[in-house]
Write a protein of this length. Sequence first.
Length: 692
Amino acid sequence: MSSEIVRAVCPHDCPDTCALLVHVEDGKAVAVKGDPDHPTTAGVLCTKVSRYTERTYHADRLLYPQKRVGKKGEGKFERISWEEALTTVSEKLKAVASNDPLAILPYSYAGTMGLLQGDGMAQRFFHKIGASFLDRTICATAGGVGYKYTLGSRIGTDTEQTQNARLILIWGGNPIASNLHFWMRVQEAKRNGAKLIAIDPYRSLTAEKCHQHIALLPGTDAALALGLMHVLIAEDLLDHDYIAQHTLGFEQLSQRVAEWTPERVAATCGITAEEVIQLARDYGHCAQRDEASLIRMNYGVQRVHGGGMAVRNIACLPALVGAWRHAAGGVQLSLSDAFPKNVSYLQRPDLFPQGQPRRTINMSTIGDDLLKHSSAEFGSKIDAVIVYNSNPVAVAPQSATVAQGFAREDLFTVVIEHFQTDTADYADILLPATTQLEHTDVHTTYGHLYMMANNPAIAALGEAKPNSEIFRLLAKKMAFDDACFDESDDEMASQAFHKNDERAIHFDWASLKKSGWQKVNVKPAPFAEGGFATPSGKCEFYSESMRKDGFDPLPTYIPPYESVAANPQLGARFPLAMISPPARNFLNSTFVNVQSLRDTEGVPHLDMHPDDAAFRQIHDGDQVRIFNDRGSFVAKARVTDKARQGLVVGLSIWWKKLASDHKNANEVTSQQLTDMGGGPTFYDVLVQVEKA
């Protein structure tokens, strides 16, 4: 028997980006374990990825190219050769491009976070065609824009410092389910005496284990941050020296937040004034004791109308109290900009035909956009979609409209996948992709500071091919003769980072493949002495860039589209707010088809407060129908005070075909967009609930 251990990386959309050790015996992966030497992974994997071999060797893996033989959505296919598949796709794309290449749309997101199998060779291909651009907004754009207006770049506190904080605010996240290795360090901080406070409408697994849970109404985080600033300034819990040296617009900010008294904030957020005051005092006093206070902000904060502004407001807080002086202090939303990625080389935007018009489609409005006809305003209707690393029929908002768009008989759809997902059922051509155990890739992260290398551990199963190879083959079929389409994955990986950038000064691909990971060279406390990447070089409480872009230049509150307070007429018909955060055993729609994980998760549930359930004569375990004007889905009621009154919580995202009614929570979400960044408003939803 031959055996080896291969260094790999978890590819999924999670801040932890774990270093993996794949145990291989006689060419078969028998176990996937966490690397005990990697400082963040520390030998521990989540329940999902620890079962990665179940996913790789799943009986339903797509292993051969297929073409549709039934109606769109029926999921009926027959096997074909790669030659037939590639010829069919290339000929169709050539025909569409000859009329208008902008009628071709790539649709992808973070099915893999790898720089090669994500958007490396694929983007080269679509740039060369001259296809429409996809604005990849579905997760993090709103918060990213608000954060960058304030701090200049998506960097923040190093996760490896977490255990040294004395106060940790977990704001809009559930790290037990979605950021496990951060949570491990939070637990260490707790043992060291740190106070943990969760700010979340829902008493999640994480909130249950914190010292305090502040259950504000969905979409009101920006107001809470304004209230904290009000108290910090009114009670002089400030670092005046840091403010004077490293911030811009304090006087204007002071005038703005004077309006946001604890009483006003309490009424807006559905909490008490005492909670606002005490949270501000905890935060300010921690800094005055010269102890580190850390805000771990997550993406739940920004999936509402005013999501970008909410992130901006929260990002102002550390500069007011000087929390950035400590390596364990400050705020973390994302660390993505810590990596000097060589995007222009990897994706080659220069390949786009000179002089050709450009068009960008927002992935969060794909339902409406697939149904649009050609017009002067929109341009050509979308005639061809190539979906990879995503499952839009399950994950995009207003799901019934998305399915209607993909059901168009005149829409040519290619899906590159591991499994026959909800979206794959609508494909004309279905192509089998390799999993992370079967290909080469290079990774950055957004939750720690290590460049990562993924080595293939096993040969590709069946006739599956890496995304990069599929797009290389399509480029040849399209007669693209640029040398970049002949580059191997290793050649691309070797140039993935700017080697003249001091952050990656020791980067060498061959060495990284052997070691598995290498930390970027950054300061332990990124803003201890200012140095923000804003136009002023300071934390911008007042942002001239925002004013020029049409936004309020100061922190403010933007109410939800859909709340009882903001829209009383709608609230009279649909009086319950709904959020749909990730289920612990799924990652977006990935892993839903792994039987052991689905068995653990059970069936789709809806958590609702006892008072809301009693008013509707709903009992624990009842099947309920959740609905609004956009659609409906059914779930099993869990009557619990984990959901605050007026809120229902449907942990997500289920494959529609694996739910009893073939629907999921996105039936009721909307395609309305966030205040900035064009992001989706998944948690800005009003519904009614009744017994099914």
